[in-house]
Design a protein around this ligand. Structure first.
Ligand code: G6P
Length: 606
């Protein structure tokens, strides 16, 4: 969360504003910019979106050098006072920060005793004052004194009025990229900001600090020694996509799902078989796995939970899915016999990174399913598999989630074959079903778009919407509920269909919408029993099923029909109309679809 950018070159403000607009997905509570001019630092901040800041930057003098920030509030209200950059006591330093300083209150109390007055409630302001306190002419020396005092995570951009053409930076467990380009030199939380100017950038490592000038990037490692890092090629997933003919990124990305799934499958299927380069297990070592853990946050957790069902079915290995935020503090017993699959679009989610580190500490083998190349999790995992969804911009994930599901099916198939649980014909049938997903997703999207647009009209005023399902329909119901609530702000809950009668059914009243996901094969009739129970209590039921079960479902009310698929791959199809429904409901309600309130795409704080 929070995006930072620094620029030194020709005319800083337009570059910084453009960069902030690209970083806004990381948080949009406030935005601010600071530049050096005539031996001083000048700063402008605004509560809310970058568009508000853009209108205010005319007040800034011309400058070649500046830093900027877009905020997702962690410490202090999302107002102008707490907006970054934060300035030191005498105005000599300005700091932008992504991360959390966990010991800030101890540091603040100490600084206050020493006469430093604070103007904000943020954790970041302590850094500005500490730099000033430790400064005696060399900014890098001040950083050497200051950084070890900070506990927590940070990517920092720092301006010092005495070195008006330098940008200083420091990184610990938060992403930061640096590059000298023909347009000027940059630091940025996200390399996609740099793709308009360069094809290569330094991805800084945890512990690195240093400075950029117009012509050079100077990096020191945590022990203070000057280091040379290799510049990494910026990849497809870094390249910023335009919205094109679509009104929102979310709709565009929903429509890009066939391609995202196709590209992901193509990368791992050769001559009709799943193929992973240097897979960490073979027929012998896979027998030593006692339990498999799948870990993620948000939608990635829903992909993990789908994985639990699919892996157990295809491999017979006991599996557990866990929220990364729970896993890291209440870990299960882990050792070399319990591999952990970590799922993350960004590869920068703080809780998932912490879960990865914990698993490694306990000697568990770590396998990560990632979408962004060069992310922190890539550098720390034992083994990585990449989805090829391309750059995802909307905060609510759609195509990256679909790509994660398809990669999970492929991993489960491969492991099912290694364990011997899957015979050749089952393997072939399921693989065929995965390979046909792109076409089926395309057909479902095209056919169901108008129906979902229509259905949204009657959902938009609902106070509460329930999604129910069993087996793999259950994580699909969770993902559907998450999509609807995050973009349309309608209270929506997912309930395992069999659990309804143990509590949630008390909330069913006349016309309460209940969307029943029933594509999962063997539990179809069980879910229909639960549908009957809510109908008896007056619910308005909408069934999502495939064409082979359409008739049975029609008896209960509206039906959303997706193409027939093997039960293993059904979650990939039933989620399509749910994404469209969420999108159109949010559209009718006038919500900010690509940037829902209070959310951020990349959650780099715990
Ligand atoms: C945020 C996003 C979600 C995403 C989750 C995990 O909450 O809004 O769409 O599923 O983070 O992100 P990751 O990058 O780890 O998949």
């Amino acid at each position: 969360m929070c995006g930072i950018i620094g620029y030194t070159g020709t005319n800083a403000v337009p570059y910084l504003i453009k960069g902030l607009e690209m970083l806004e997905y990381r948080g949009y509570d406030s935005a601010g910019i600071a530049v050096t001019a005539k031996g001083a630092i000048q700063c402008v901040k605004r509560e809310g979106r970058v568009s508000r800041l853009r209108k205010a930057v005319d007040a800034l003098p011309f400058s070649s050098t500046g830093i900027a920030h877009t905020r997702w509030a962690t410490h202090g209200k999302p107002d102008e006072t707490n907006a970054h950059p934060h300035i030191s006591k005498s105005g000599i330093f300005a700091v932008v920060h992504n991360g959390i300083i966990e010991n800030f209150s101890v540091l603040r109390t100490q600084l206050e005793k020493e006469g430093y007055a604070f103007t904000s409630q943020t954790d970041t302001e302590v850094i500005a004052h500490l730099l000033e306190k430790n400064y005696s002419g060399s900014v890098t020396d001040a950083m050497r004194e200051t950084l070890p005092l900070l506990e927590g995570s940070y990517a920092l951009g720092i301006l010092c009025s005495e070195y008006p053409e330098n940008i200083y930076f420091a990184v610990r467990s938060s992403p930061l990229t640096a590059s000298v380009t023909p347009d000027g030199a940059f630091i940025s939380s996200d390399p996609s900001v740099l793709t308009s100017y360069t094809k290569k950038a330094y991805r800084l490592k945890s512990g690195d600090f240093g400075r950029i000038t117009k012509t050079a990037v100077e990096i020191f490692s945590a022990d203070g020694k000057r280091v040379k890092r290799d510049e990494a090629e910026l990849s497809e997933s870094d390249i910023n996509a335009e919205k094109g003919e679509f009104p929102h990124y979310m709709l565009k990305e929903i429509y890009e799902q066939p391609e995202a799934v196709l590209n992901t499958c193509r990368a791992y299927i050769r001559s009709g078989e799943v193929f992973f380069n240097s897979f960490p297990f073979d027929k012998k070592s896979i027998k030593k796995i006692s339990r498999l853990y799948l870990v993620g946050c948000g939608s990635a957790y829903h992909a993990a939970l789908t994985g639990k069902y699919v892996f157990e079915l295809l491999t017979d290995i006991p599996c557990e899915a866990a929220f990364a935020s729970e896993f890291r503090y209440s870990p299960p017993p882990l050792d070399s016999s319990t591999p952990v699959i970590l799922i993350s679009q960004s590869g920068e989610t703080a809780d998932t990174i912490a879960a990865l580190r914990l698993a490694k500490e306990k000697s568990a083998h770590t396998l990560s399913v990632l979408n962004v190349r060069g992310c922190t999790m890539e550098s720390e995992s034992d083994c990585c598999f990449f989805t090829l969804a391309g750059k995802e911009t909307a905060v609510a994930t759609t195509k990256a989630y679909s790509a994660q599901l398809s990669l999970i099916y492929l991993l489960a198939l491969h492991m099912g074959k290694l364990t011997g649980k899957l015979n050749g014909s089952e393997y072939g049938i399921i693989l065929e079903s995965v390979m046909s997903l792109p076409d089926r997703i395309r057909s479902a999207t095209g056919v169901l778009d108008a129906q979902m647009r229509n259905l949204a009209k009657s959902i938009k005023d609902a106070g509460n919407v329930f999604f129910i399902g069993r087996g793999t329909d259950y994580p699909a119901a969770m993902e559907a509920a998450l999509k609807l609530k995050e973009v349309s702000y309608i209270k929506s809950d997912a309930v395992a269909a069999g659990e309804l009668k143990h509590g949630s059914i008390s909330l069913i009243e006349k016309d309460t919408p209940v969307i029943a996901l029933c594509c999962g094969g063997k539990t179809f009739f069980k879910t229909l029993s639960n549908v009957r129970e809510v109908i008896s209590r007056g619910a308005r039921v909408i069934c999502v099923t495939d064409s082979s079960h359409k008739k049975e479902c029609s008896a209960f009310g509206e039906v959303i029909t997706v193409p027939v698929s093997h039960p293993v791959t059904a979650p990939s199809l039933e989620i399509i109309p749910m994404q469209l429904l969420s999108y159109y409901t949010a559209l009718l309600k006038g919500c900010d679809i690509d940037k829902p309130r209070n959310l951020a795409k990349s959650v780099t704080v715990e």
